[in-house]
Design a binder for this molecule. Sequence first.
Ligand code: OAD
Length: 245
Amino acid sequence: MPDPASAPLWVQARERLAAAQSVAVLTGAGISAESGIPTFRGAGGLWNNYRPEDLATPQAFSRDPRLVWEWYNWRRETIAKAVPNPAHRALVKLETAKPQFTLITQNVDGLHDLAGSGRILKLHGDIWRLRCTSCGAHWPDRRAPLPKLPPHCGCGGLARPGVVWFGEPLPDGMMQEAEHAAAEAEVFLVIGTSAVVYPAAGLVPFAKQSGATVIEINPEQTAFSAMADFSFQEPAGELLPKLVS
Ligand code: OAD
């Protein structure tokens, strides 16, 4: 009988994942990298060329809504060309196999929806939704490019992207739900995030302290790699389908 501890690490992680009844997943921009969407940090990251305080804060939007919208319009055009990759699809498969499953994402690109994931906790909102800064109405809009910048609401108010900017609170109650899932999870998967933006990043140590087996997938090391039970420095689109097979 072979000793299970001598199996390759990815096989051990696959077995741990297969045995879990309750799984939570935190994804970041890296899961969409293989779909052709730039990440924020690291090689080719958006924040190497743009300053978040000029484009992703409420102050930036008050100062120059058109500039902010031009940047979001450009991102919408890039994202509109992208399709889900094997990592997004593997999470759909995992969801159908688990009695308790929660997908928590920092991504606003909508690729988890396109892949067919069920309910998604979108901590940082959704680039395909717009919100009125006057009346608070919000609505979906998948046009890319938008025909007129900046867009307006039916009430005449200025519309903004339906995303969370630096300095803004997360959508009501969502972080509590994410924490609940992290606390309940037997396995917590951390995929494609640099895990430097809080409060989302805090879910990783929280899940670990709550007893979850933490499995990280990221070609680069992060501040949480050492704490993870398994840390795979590989592209998610290659490894994740193997872990859920
Ligand atoms: P980051 O751009 O900070 O991190 C992306 C991570 O994905 C990096 O650690 C990469 O090493 C990793 N990565 C790259 N290619 C990968 C691949 N093929 N498979 C797996 N991982 C890969 O993105 P986030 O952590 O999502 O917030 O950033 C968090 C937040 O900061 C974003 O939601 C956004 C940003 O500013 C707001 O805009 C509020």
